[in-house]
Design a protein around this ligand. Structure first.
Ligand code: NAP
Length: 510
């Protein structure tokens, strides 16, 4: 690649503009400036008439540096005209002093416009098998910048993209497209990429997985990401609606910790989980520190971390939701769900965990959340009865932890001081449902609903009306995030801030 004398000092936040008229595209340029973009990419293939007049309107007196791109359909773009016409448009853009002209690496080099070029390679199906050869070819060209964008099967592909960036020795653009590749966009700045693309607003993306400028700047704190930034993330499927990125990124900012937290969509199954885990554990250059694990990977995470690297109760539960990387030795795991639940309950009752000994607890549900809570209650000596729709699951769980099992139909006659809902009954959008008839709450003193959306479930509302102390799923959710933060950073978490973010996000959703 040619010299990069006037490349941006920091990774540029580049907004692609895909409006159909030059006037609208120019207005988009002004909006991008307002939003805090460093550069725009004018997608000339989206213009109805990409003629010289249009180019003049776009380029004369422009507020930001411009990349001129006219992507042909064969490379995922919209330009359907001849190659001669297409290269003519790009040459005109070069004559009108576009800052960069994007040319695809399958173009005839003899016909390329004389300009400062971004030589680009796209693969919309998968990470190319010959990635190294492509990188070498781009590096040996005369282009000012090399760009590679490929479809990500998962976050390990994002890591592959970042690995190219860090070893390139000069700024490039390397993007793993799609939700699984999101980390390649957010972390581009950590590895000194030439730029990353972010759309002006939702719906204006020019490639799958693109975030908005606002998300980059506010949620991921783009401008504070640097070479030393520690990386954290959540692995799950789905993860798009996880509140954890909002909570942990805000908490890092509040605590003044140089760290970022990204979602990592990973297909179900131990193979895809292990592939990501091994990639994270093997990438010392990534500064990866903390992993949150959510459905469906909590058991996979325990299997991969290994029973010797977790506490006894997590081992018995058979699932973990937190991993710490980068300490001395191999990664270690925790289940912060059980501690979060038991601490929310104890705090609500104004007692210590040990105070749960001998108390009668009715647990509704026998899935993953129930398993963690039943294990912890048993550990602290509570007398647990499990009610579940699928009775054999209740029996199996009860058998493991010395509890009693009853069919769900018997919940109307429950006789327990503490009632805990560990089913999804009552969760948004079916918020008018409840797992326990109100008359059955008469003898209870405390009702804890692990469901946190809505914040006040029908069960909690009716429990409050019956005079019970109520404990909400929000408390449990905040507790597990607080614990994770402590494990990763060794510092106390800003609990109030984290709680307010959870409440704000939930209020927006319901
Ligand atoms: P899971 O493993 O899929 O278990 C779901 C449980 O709900 C099972 O016992 C299932 O009964 C029962 N269930 C589902 N639909 C039902 C219905 N219509 N009627 C009766 N029972 C029904 O899920 P999980 O991971 O344990 O999560 C359960 C809930 O816990 C979630 O929805 C979430 O609200 C809550 N949770 C909260 C937190 C927090 O931080 N606050 C954390 C984790 C989970 P069957 O066995 O008969 O299918």
């Amino acid at each position: 690649m040619g010299p990069m004398t006037d490349a941006p000092a920091n990774t540029a936040l580049i907004v692609p503009l895909t409006q159909p008229t030059p006037e609208a595209m120019r207005a988009g340029m002004d909006a991008a400036t307002q939003a805090g973009a460093d550069m725009v990419e004018c997608r000339l293939d989206y213009l109805q008439r990409p003629d010289r007049a249009a180019l003049r309107l776009l380029l004369e007196g422009r507020p930001l540096p411009v990349i001129a791109t006219c992507r042909p359909t064969r490379q995922g773009g919209r330009f359907e005209g001849s190659e001669t016409d297409r290269l003519g448009i790009l040459s005109a853009a070069a004559e009108l002093k576009a800052d960069y002209v994007d040319v695809e690496d399958d173009c005839d080099p003899a016909r390329l416009p004389r300009a400062r070029t971004i030589l680009s390679h796209h693969d919309f199906s998968a990470r190319p098998g010959n990635l190294e050869a492509i990188v070498r070819r781009l590096a040996e060209s005369d282009a000012a910048v090399g760009k590679i964008a490929f479809a990500a099967a998962g976050p390990d592909d994002a890591l592959a993209a970042l690995d190219i960036l860090r070893s390139a020795g000069r700024p490039m653009i390397v993007l793993a497209m799609g939700e699984g590749g999101l980390a390649s966009r957010v972390l581009a700045r950590k590895f000194g990429a030439f730029g990353t693309f972010a759309s002006l607003e939702e719906g204006a993306e020019s490639a799958p997985g693109q975030l908005t400028v606002a998300e980059m700047k506010c949620l991921y704190r783009w401008h504070s990401i640097g070479a030393a930034t520690a990386v954290h993330g959540v692995v799950g499927c789905p993860v798009a609606h996880s509140m954890s990125p909002a909570i942990h990124n805000a908490a890092f900012a509040e605590a003044g910790i140089d760290a970022v937290y990204v979602p990592m969509l990973t297909e179900p199954g131990p193979e895809s989980f292990n592939r990501l885990f091994d990639a994270l554990a093997g990438a010392a250059w990534l500064d990866f520190r903390g992993l949150s694990v959510t459905i469906p990977h909590k058991q996979n995470a325990l299997s991969r971390v290994g029973g010797d690297s977790v506490d006894e109760l997590s081992r018995r539960i058979g699932a973990i939701n937190t991993v710490l990387f980068g300490g001395d030795g191999s990664p270690r795991g925790w289940n912060t769900d059980y501690a979060a639940a038991i601490d929310a309950l104890a705090a609500g009752m104004g007692i210590a965990r040990e105070g749960l000994a001998g108390r009668a607890v009715a647990v509704i549900g026998a899935g993953g959340a129930s398993r963690a809570i039943v294990a912890a209650l048993a550990q602290y000596g509570a007398e647990v009865t499990i009610y579940n729709r699928t009775f054999p699951r209740a029996e199996a769980l009860a058998g493991e932890f010395g509890a009693r099992a009853r069919p769900l139909e018997a919940v109307g006659e429950l006789a327990a001081e503490i009632v805990i809902n560990c089913t999804s009954v009552g969760m948004h959008p079916k918020a008018d449902e409840t797992p326990v008839p109100p008359e059955a709450l008469a003898g209870a003193a405390v009702v804890f609903d692990t469901v946190y959306n809505p914040i006040e479930t029908r069960l909690l509302r009716e429990a409050g009306a019956a005079g019970c102390t109520t404990v909400s799923g929000v408390d449990m959710f905040v507790n597990q995030a607080v614990e994770q933060f402590g494990i990763w950073t060794g510092q106390p978490a800003p609990r109030q801030l984290m709680r307010s973010i959870v409440v704000e996000q939930l209020s927006r959703e319901t």
